[in-house]
Write a protein that binds this ligand. Structure first.
Ligand SMILES: O=C(O)C1=C[C@@H](OP(=O)(O)O)[C@@H](O)[C@H](O)C1
Ligand SMILES: C=C(OP(=O)(O)O)C(=O)O
Length: 409
């Protein structure tokens, strides 16, 4: 459905909302729960990606389709590889069939798994013949996706001798690896990381444990952007966040400070306040550790008339779409002067935003959500607005609560 965002009741925001649990934490805990049934999960994400994960783990069918969910594809590949005696075919959307899994498949096969490609070499769909994985050490490149490493870490405690993983090359998206280790520790599994070597110790069983998923920081990024684009004095409370968060995207609090957004905790509510105009006309950032924030930041800078140089973006080309090309195409339509390479984005400041432009979303939830805050400046259309359900099905409803006007176009 194409949505027309026609403006906002007031550019002075004063509201509070509750976003559901992080999809990254949820999908890790769902795998751990399948391996250690004593784990109970609260505030689970209501995202499509977590729904497909739950369905895949609950069903005994041979064919499992995880649609667009990258974490589900990677984590389930590892999970089914160690389910001795079970055979599955794991497939996904057309885009998922282009997203590489070779590094993970090779690492799993090196520890005794039997995983093979059914169509293009290196990509899903996969045929997985579950086996007892008996080898206890493996090395793999860490510069393409951290999800391969998290997938191995999640099954590691259930392997007979645990697993020692040696990471080769530059580590990308490190906070997501740390999140996995943090959750393993939280449920009672012993781990150790020294430089590029990670060890997870075998765990036979765990006592019952209630795990509360923190709300999603990547989803919170759209509200940081809204506050940055709103007038000084605006305020928004985001509920169910933690100061000791396991999510790397909590770095938002620092990244948005130069754009005039201060954040502080009041109990478990993260309170965002627009307390000043931006104190810079240019941002220079390396987002290797927070790739999911790139779209939010690029679009927000454009809306503020601020230039930016974003680097560390090499993983963006293999996500839901080629996010670098998608950003370039859609920001250019709005009037931006922008250049991208295969690992960076360069936006000039002071561009005037055109009104009434229709933004294509490329099956990518973050394209829709990153561009929506621009409605604070001029009207715009968002095509296929339902894409947001991949991570945040309630996004448009929450935006309405903040006073955004929208109609079906
Ligand atoms: O492990 C995770 O939950 C994720 C890791 C990141 O992927 P990469 O490690 O492929 O960059 C991130 O972009 C994705 O949205 C979620
Ligand atoms: C890249 C993302 O997800 P995934 O890789 O899990 O599909 C995302 O949510 O931005």
């Amino acid at each position: 459905m194409k949505l027309h965002l026609t403006g906002v009741k007031s550019t002075q925001i004063d509201s509070s909302i509750r976003i559901t649990g992080s999809k990254s934490e949820s999908n890790r805990l769902l795998i751990l729960q399948a391996l250690f049934p004593g784990i109970q999960i609260e505030n689970l994400s209501n995202s499509d990606d977590s729904a497909v994960m739950q369905k895949a783990l609950a069903r005994s069918s041979e064919l499992i389709d995880i649609h667009h969910a990258g974490t589900a594809m990677r984590f389930l590949t590892a999970y089914f590889a160690c389910q001795d005696g079970r055979e599955v075919i794991l497939t996904g959307s057309e885009r998922m069939k282009q997203r590489p899994v070779q590094v993970l498949v090779e690492a799993l096969n090196a520890i005794g798994a039997h995983v093979e490609y059914l169509e293009d070499y290196g990509c899903p769909p996969l045929r997985i013949r579950g086996k007892l994985l008996t080898r206890s050490s493996v090395e793999l490149p860490a510069d393409i996706s951290s999800q391969y490493i998290s997938a191995l870490l999640l099954i590691a405690p259930s392997l007979p001798d645990g697993l020692k993983i040696t990471l080769k090359g530059d580590i990308t998206s490190l906070p997501y690896i740390e999140m996995t280790l943090g959750l393993l520790n939280r449920v009672g599994i012993r781990t150790q990381m020294k430089d590029s070597v990670i060890e997870v110790f075998h765990t036979r069983e765990l006592p019952a444990k209630n795990c509360v998923v923190e709300s999603d920081w990547s989803s919170a990024s759209y509200y940081f952007s809204i506050l940055a684009l709103s007038v000084v004095g605006s305020r928004l409370g985001l509920k169910a966040y933690r100061e000791d968060s396991l999510q790397g995207d909590r770095v938002l609090c620092e990244l948005f400070r130069p754009l005039g957004v201060e954040s502080k905790f009041e109990g478990d509510t993260l309170v965002l306040v627009k307390n000043a105009l931006p104190n810079t006309d240019h941002l220079d950032l390396d987002l290797k550790e927070a790739p999911d924030l790139a779209q939010t930041l690029a679009v927000c800078c454009f809306g503020l008339g601020i230039g930016c140089d974003l680097k560390g973006l090499h993983t963006l080309k293999i996500k839901e779409t080629d996010r670098l090309e998608a950003l370039k195409a859609e920001l250019t339509k709005l009037g931006a002067r922008i250049r991208v390479t295969d690992r960076s984005l360069h936006l000039e400041g002071n561009a005037e935003m055109k009104a009434g432009v229709s933004i294509e979303t490329y099956n990518d939830h973050r394209m829709a959500m990153a561009f929506a805050p621009l409605a604070l400046k001029k009207d715009l259309y968002i095509e296929d607005s339902e894409v947001v359900s991949k991570s945040y099905p309630g996004f448009w409803e929450d935006l309405s609560k903040l006073g955004f006007f929208m109609d079906k176009a």
